[in-house]
Design a protein around this ligand. Structure first.
Ligand SMILES: C[S@@+](CC[C@H](N)C(=O)[O-])C[C@H]1O[C@@H](n2cnc3c(N)ncnc32)[C@H](O)[C@@H]1O
Length: 234
Protein backbone atom coordinates (compact mmCIF):
# COMPACT_ATOMS: atom_id res chain seq x y z
CA UNK A 1 0.00 0.00 0.00
CA UNK A 2 1.37 3.43 -0.93
CA UNK A 3 2.08 5.71 2.02
CA UNK A 4 1.11 9.27 1.06
CA UNK A 5 2.86 12.24 2.62
CA UNK A 6 0.64 14.67 4.54
CA UNK A 7 0.13 16.96 1.52
CA UNK A 8 -1.17 14.15 -0.69
CA UNK A 9 -3.02 12.55 2.24
CA UNK A 10 -4.99 15.78 2.82
CA UNK A 11 -5.82 15.86 -0.89
CA UNK A 12 -7.02 12.26 -0.72
CA UNK A 13 -9.24 13.07 2.28
CA UNK A 14 -11.09 15.68 0.22
CA UNK A 15 -11.97 13.24 -2.58
CA UNK A 16 -15.66 12.29 -2.81
CA UNK A 17 -16.01 8.81 -1.26
CA UNK A 18 -16.78 6.30 -4.01
CA UNK A 19 -16.20 8.98 -6.65
CA UNK A 20 -14.48 8.92 -10.01
CA UNK A 21 -11.54 11.30 -10.14
CA UNK A 22 -9.24 12.97 -12.63
CA UNK A 23 -5.73 13.47 -11.26
CA UNK A 24 -4.22 16.23 -13.42
CA UNK A 25 -0.40 16.23 -13.42
CA UNK A 26 -0.32 12.84 -11.69
CA UNK A 27 3.46 12.40 -12.05
CA UNK A 28 4.36 9.30 -9.97
CA UNK A 29 0.67 8.37 -9.74
CA UNK A 30 0.73 7.89 -5.95
CA UNK A 31 -2.47 9.85 -5.34
CA UNK A 32 -4.54 7.93 -7.89
CA UNK A 33 -3.14 4.57 -6.83
CA UNK A 34 -3.68 5.25 -3.14
CA UNK A 35 -7.23 6.53 -3.70
CA UNK A 36 -8.26 3.44 -5.64
CA UNK A 37 -6.29 0.92 -3.54
CA UNK A 38 -7.84 2.29 -0.33
CA UNK A 39 -11.34 2.12 -1.80
CA UNK A 40 -11.89 5.89 -1.44
CA UNK A 41 -12.20 6.29 -5.22
CA UNK A 42 -14.02 3.92 -7.54
CA UNK A 43 -11.91 4.83 -10.57
CA UNK A 44 -9.31 7.41 -11.52
CA UNK A 45 -7.82 8.90 -14.66
CA UNK A 46 -4.19 9.92 -14.15
CA UNK A 47 -2.94 12.51 -16.65
CA UNK A 48 0.32 14.30 -17.27
CA UNK A 49 1.69 16.67 -19.88
CA UNK A 50 5.03 14.83 -20.05
CA UNK A 51 5.58 11.22 -21.17
CA UNK A 52 8.26 10.53 -18.49
CA UNK A 53 6.05 11.22 -15.45
CA UNK A 54 3.10 9.48 -17.12
CA UNK A 55 5.27 6.34 -17.58
CA UNK A 56 6.10 6.45 -13.84
CA UNK A 57 2.39 6.64 -13.07
CA UNK A 58 1.72 3.72 -15.43
CA UNK A 59 4.46 1.67 -13.73
CA UNK A 60 3.01 2.42 -10.29
CA UNK A 61 -0.49 1.47 -11.49
CA UNK A 62 0.82 -1.82 -12.98
CA UNK A 63 2.84 -2.66 -9.87
CA UNK A 64 -0.33 -2.29 -7.83
CA UNK A 65 -2.42 -4.28 -10.32
CA UNK A 66 -4.90 -1.44 -10.82
CA UNK A 67 -4.82 -1.10 -14.64
CA UNK A 68 -8.52 -1.93 -14.86
CA UNK A 69 -9.49 0.93 -12.52
CA UNK A 70 -6.96 3.66 -13.31
CA UNK A 71 -6.64 4.97 -16.84
CA UNK A 72 -3.87 7.28 -18.04
CA UNK A 73 -3.76 10.09 -20.57
CA UNK A 74 -0.96 12.24 -21.97
CA UNK A 75 -2.38 15.74 -22.26
CA UNK A 76 -2.00 19.38 -21.30
CA UNK A 77 -4.30 20.12 -18.36
CA UNK A 78 -7.88 19.07 -19.06
CA UNK A 79 -7.52 19.27 -22.86
CA UNK A 80 -9.47 16.40 -24.37
CA UNK A 81 -10.11 14.79 -20.97
CA UNK A 82 -13.52 13.06 -20.89
CA UNK A 83 -15.38 14.68 -18.00
CA UNK A 84 -18.64 12.77 -18.29
CA UNK A 85 -19.24 10.47 -15.33
CA UNK A 86 -16.38 11.93 -13.30
CA UNK A 87 -17.07 13.54 -9.91
CA UNK A 88 -13.72 14.98 -8.85
CA UNK A 89 -10.80 16.88 -10.35
CA UNK A 90 -7.60 16.88 -8.31
CA UNK A 91 -4.70 19.14 -9.26
CA UNK A 92 -1.67 19.24 -6.99
CA UNK A 93 1.95 20.29 -7.06
CA UNK A 94 1.56 23.14 -9.56
CA UNK A 95 1.55 26.93 -9.37
CA UNK A 96 -1.78 28.57 -8.55
CA UNK A 97 -2.00 30.41 -11.85
CA UNK A 98 -1.32 27.26 -13.85
CA UNK A 99 -4.14 25.53 -11.92
CA UNK A 100 -6.43 28.48 -12.78
CA UNK A 101 -5.44 28.24 -16.47
CA UNK A 102 -6.23 24.51 -16.50
CA UNK A 103 -9.69 25.08 -14.97
CA UNK A 104 -10.41 28.07 -17.23
CA UNK A 105 -10.06 25.89 -20.33
CA UNK A 106 -13.14 23.79 -19.34
CA UNK A 107 -14.94 26.34 -17.16
CA UNK A 108 -18.55 25.93 -18.28
CA UNK A 109 -18.31 22.13 -17.92
CA UNK A 110 -17.12 22.13 -14.31
CA UNK A 111 -20.49 22.60 -12.58
CA UNK A 112 -21.01 20.03 -9.84
CA UNK A 113 -17.41 18.80 -9.75
CA UNK A 114 -15.64 18.44 -6.44
CA UNK A 115 -12.33 20.26 -7.00
CA UNK A 116 -9.29 19.52 -4.87
CA UNK A 117 -6.55 22.03 -5.62
CA UNK A 118 -3.12 22.19 -4.06
CA UNK A 119 -1.08 25.17 -5.25
CA UNK A 120 2.68 25.05 -4.50
CA UNK A 121 2.91 28.83 -5.03
CA UNK A 122 0.51 31.72 -5.82
CA UNK A 123 -2.25 30.35 -3.58
CA UNK A 124 -3.59 33.90 -3.16
CA UNK A 125 -3.83 34.43 -6.90
CA UNK A 126 -5.67 31.11 -7.24
CA UNK A 127 -8.18 32.00 -4.47
CA UNK A 128 -8.82 35.35 -6.12
CA UNK A 129 -9.30 33.74 -9.52
CA UNK A 130 -11.67 31.12 -8.07
CA UNK A 131 -13.83 33.75 -6.32
CA UNK A 132 -13.98 36.01 -9.35
CA UNK A 133 -14.74 33.21 -11.80
CA UNK A 134 -17.73 31.55 -10.18
CA UNK A 135 -16.23 29.08 -7.71
CA UNK A 136 -17.12 28.67 -4.06
CA UNK A 137 -14.20 27.81 -1.80
CA UNK A 138 -15.91 25.23 0.39
CA UNK A 139 -13.06 24.57 2.80
CA UNK A 140 -9.29 24.35 3.04
CA UNK A 141 -7.10 21.80 4.78
CA UNK A 142 -3.48 22.55 5.60
CA UNK A 143 -0.56 20.15 5.51
CA UNK A 144 3.07 20.36 6.47
CA UNK A 145 5.28 18.07 4.38
CA UNK A 146 9.06 18.15 3.92
CA UNK A 147 9.17 21.21 6.20
CA UNK A 148 6.85 23.23 3.99
CA UNK A 149 3.29 24.27 4.75
CA UNK A 150 0.55 24.04 2.11
CA UNK A 151 -3.15 24.68 1.95
CA UNK A 152 -5.38 22.39 -0.05
CA UNK A 153 -8.39 24.19 -1.47
CA UNK A 154 -11.69 22.37 -1.87
CA UNK A 155 -13.84 24.29 -4.36
CA UNK A 156 -17.01 23.95 -6.42
CA UNK A 157 -18.07 25.81 -9.54
CA UNK A 158 -21.56 27.31 -9.28
CA UNK A 159 -21.11 30.25 -11.65
CA UNK A 160 -21.66 32.82 -8.86
CA UNK A 161 -18.91 35.44 -8.94
CA UNK A 162 -17.71 36.56 -5.52
CA UNK A 163 -15.71 39.48 -4.20
CA UNK A 164 -12.32 38.48 -2.86
CA UNK A 165 -10.85 40.93 -0.37
CA UNK A 166 -7.05 40.89 -0.03
CA UNK A 167 -7.11 39.17 3.37
CA UNK A 168 -9.32 36.36 2.07
CA UNK A 169 -7.01 35.98 -0.93
CA UNK A 170 -4.11 35.66 1.48
CA UNK A 171 -5.53 33.13 3.97
CA UNK A 172 -8.75 31.84 2.41
CA UNK A 173 -10.52 29.23 4.51
CA UNK A 174 -7.23 28.02 5.97
CA UNK A 175 -8.24 30.36 8.80
CA UNK A 176 -11.08 27.91 9.62
CA UNK A 177 -8.81 24.86 9.77
CA UNK A 178 -7.97 24.44 13.46
CA UNK A 179 -5.21 21.86 12.93
CA UNK A 180 -1.61 22.39 14.01
CA UNK A 181 -0.57 22.30 10.34
CA UNK A 182 -2.88 25.24 9.65
CA UNK A 183 -1.17 27.15 12.47
CA UNK A 184 2.16 26.53 10.74
CA UNK A 185 0.68 27.62 7.39
CA UNK A 186 -0.67 30.87 8.85
CA UNK A 187 2.60 31.53 10.67
CA UNK A 188 4.45 31.05 7.36
CA UNK A 189 2.14 33.60 5.72
CA UNK A 190 2.80 36.05 8.56
CA UNK A 191 6.60 35.65 8.28
CA UNK A 192 6.36 36.20 4.52
CA UNK A 193 4.20 39.31 4.97
CA UNK A 194 6.54 40.71 7.62
CA UNK A 195 9.48 40.21 5.27
CA UNK A 196 7.61 41.97 2.46
CA UNK A 197 6.74 44.83 4.82
CA UNK A 198 10.41 45.22 5.82
CA UNK A 199 11.37 45.32 2.15
CA UNK A 200 8.77 48.01 1.44
CA UNK A 201 9.85 50.11 4.40
CA UNK A 202 13.53 49.91 3.43
CA UNK A 203 12.93 50.77 -0.24
CA UNK A 204 14.74 53.79 -1.65
CA UNK A 205 11.41 55.60 -2.09
CA UNK A 206 8.91 53.91 0.25
CA UNK A 207 5.35 53.61 -1.09
CA UNK A 208 3.09 54.64 1.83
CA UNK A 209 -0.01 52.99 0.38
CA UNK A 210 1.71 49.65 -0.15
CA UNK A 211 3.25 49.82 3.33
CA UNK A 212 -0.15 50.50 4.93
CA UNK A 213 -1.72 47.62 2.98
CA UNK A 214 1.03 45.18 3.92
CA UNK A 215 0.94 46.31 7.58
CA UNK A 216 -2.83 45.76 7.68
CA UNK A 217 -2.46 42.20 6.35
CA UNK A 218 0.32 41.42 8.83
CA UNK A 219 -1.75 42.85 11.74
CA UNK A 220 -4.78 40.79 10.76
CA UNK A 221 -2.68 37.65 10.51
CA UNK A 222 -1.07 38.31 13.91
CA UNK A 223 -4.51 38.78 15.50
CA UNK A 224 -5.79 35.62 13.86
CA UNK A 225 -2.84 33.65 15.25
CA UNK A 226 -3.36 35.20 18.70
CA UNK A 227 -6.99 34.09 18.72
CA UNK A 228 -6.01 30.54 17.72
CA UNK A 229 -3.26 30.03 20.29
CA UNK A 230 -2.75 33.01 22.58
CA UNK A 231 0.21 31.32 24.34
CA UNK A 232 2.08 30.80 21.04
CA UNK A 233 1.32 34.21 19.53
CA UNK A 234 4.35 35.99 18.12
C1 LIG B 1 5.42 18.57 -8.99
S1 LIG B 1 4.56 17.37 -9.91
C2 LIG B 1 3.19 17.07 -8.86
C3 LIG B 1 2.76 15.66 -8.90
C4 LIG B 1 1.54 15.33 -8.04
N1 LIG B 1 0.34 15.91 -8.61
C5 LIG B 1 1.73 15.79 -6.64
O1 LIG B 1 1.02 16.71 -6.20
O2 LIG B 1 2.62 15.23 -5.95
C6 LIG B 1 3.80 18.29 -11.19
C7 LIG B 1 3.39 17.41 -12.37
O3 LIG B 1 2.50 18.16 -13.17
C8 LIG B 1 2.82 17.95 -14.52
N2 LIG B 1 2.30 19.11 -15.27
C9 LIG B 1 2.81 20.36 -15.34
N3 LIG B 1 2.05 21.14 -16.11
C10 LIG B 1 1.01 20.36 -16.53
C11 LIG B 1 -0.10 20.58 -17.36
N4 LIG B 1 -0.33 21.76 -17.94
N5 LIG B 1 -0.95 19.55 -17.59
C12 LIG B 1 -0.74 18.33 -17.02
N6 LIG B 1 0.32 18.07 -16.24
C13 LIG B 1 1.17 19.06 -15.99
C14 LIG B 1 4.32 17.80 -14.54
O4 LIG B 1 4.76 17.12 -15.70
C15 LIG B 1 4.55 17.02 -13.24
O5 LIG B 1 4.54 15.64 -13.47
Amino acid sequence: MIQLDRRLARMAELMTPGGIGIDVGADHGYLSVSLVASGKAKRMLATDIRPGPLSSAERCIRENGLQDRIGTMLTDGLNGVPLEGATDILIGGMGGLLIAEILQARLPELKGFNLVLQPMTQAGALRQWLCENGFEIVCERCAVAASKAYSIINARYDGVKRECDPFFALVGKAAEDDSEDAGVYLQTLLSREQKALCGLMNAASPDKKKIAHSRELADKLRKLLERRAPELAP
